[in-house]
Each structure stands twice: as C-alpha cells, then as structure tokens.
Design a protein around this ligand. Sequence first.
Ligand code: PGA
Length: 241
Amino acid sequence: MKLIVGNQKSYLNSDAVDIFIDNLNTIQKKDNILICPSSIYIERFIQGDIRTGCQNVSKNKNGGYTGELAVEQLKSIGVSFALVGHSEVRKNFHETIEDTNIKILKLIANDIVPILCVGETDEERENNETIDVILRQIQGALEGLSTYDIKKVIIAYEPVWAIGTGNVPSNEDIEEVVATISDFFFDNYQFKAIILYGGSVNPNNIDTLNEIKGIDGYLIGGASSKIDEFIEIINKCQKED
Ligand code: PGA
C-alpha cells in the first residue's frame, strides 16, 4: 500500500478545509493517508479522524519565539509526523542542513516521525550534482542519530525544479535516485528505507509514476488541496494494491 502524504502548504481557507475533511472521510481505507495542513487547521484534521502531520517545526524549544511551532507543542496536540527540510523552507527561511539536523533530533526525541525532504535544483541537475546534493542533504540531516532512530525517518525525494511546475523527471531518472538513496541506507545501516517521490504529482501522471520500482509513496502538494484530484490519486494508488 503506497503512503500518500498531502502537503497543503497555505492553499486552503477555512471553508475549504471542512469540505476537504468531509470528503476525505468518505474513503474507506485511510491508514496510508497523511495530511500536513496549515498549522491553524491541524487540530481540526486530528478531530476529523485524519492522520495529521505538520509542514515545518521550530528548531527551538517552547518559549519566546514569536510565530514558531515548537515540537513539544505539536506533540502535545497529537501530531505524529512532520515534514522537515522542504525546499520552500530551505529557500524562504534560509534553513541550513544543520538546522534540518537540529529539527530531526528534536522530532525523534519527541516521538514524531520526520519526513525528510531532499532534492536538487535545476542548476545542480544540469551540473550532474543530483546524487551528491541528495546524499549530502541526507547525511547532514541525520548527523548524530543512532541507527535505531535513523530507521524511523522517511525520505521524500523532491526535485526542486519539479515542485509546483508541472515538470516531472522521467521514471528512469526517479528510479535511479531512489535506488541510490535506498542503497545508501542499506549499505550504511542495513535496512530498507521508506522513500517517497514528490513534485507535480497529479491524477494524470500517477499511473505512470506507479510503474516506478522502489517507491513507497508520494508527497503531494498542489493536488492535495483539491479534494477531487486528491481522491482520484488515492483511488488510482489503491487500485494498484
Ligand atoms: P507539488 O508540491 O505537488 O505542488 O509539486 C510538492 C511539495 O512541495 O511537497
């Protein structure tokens, strides 16, 4: 069963959230679906009986940090997953690999599963740096974690140039990166990592993406805020099972 994670970014207003929750709850098998809504709606999703994560966390503990979401606060309301290292956060909030690492250490310490987003920019891809960039992002983010804790981390491969653009790498290119990530975890820590693909996943390309070997699921942005499209993707993935 593919893991389907929705990253709703800041797309939805309040009314649309109610409609989204009601419609998602018409789906019978929801165990593999996880939504990361805007933080103001997190509790609504949890109360709506939907597995809920958050889109970003603070690297600071709870205290005098205006506008931040402390991991301890998220834990206290029942958040069980968190995106970390998303390229929009790396870019817009100048998050460094060290910051991502601090956040992952805090998440693990608070029993929240990190979904570590990694991916190359267009320029890095053209310079053939994709694999180097991704392995650097992964190694840096996992610094200081035991093998036991590394096994809890989910990886989302999201080429930066594919996010929100409608451009998706070929299946062969995704498969190559996913295989490299998989080998990295197998060679260094002897386990099969959970690896998602993200970047312009939509109902029109999901059947093609489902042909890729080694992918455990998807991280879906834009299409996860349009309930019809999202349900279509879920149905197409469940048909595969
Ligand atoms: P997208 O976003 O599906 O809109 O490309 C994916 C993401 O940013 O996680």
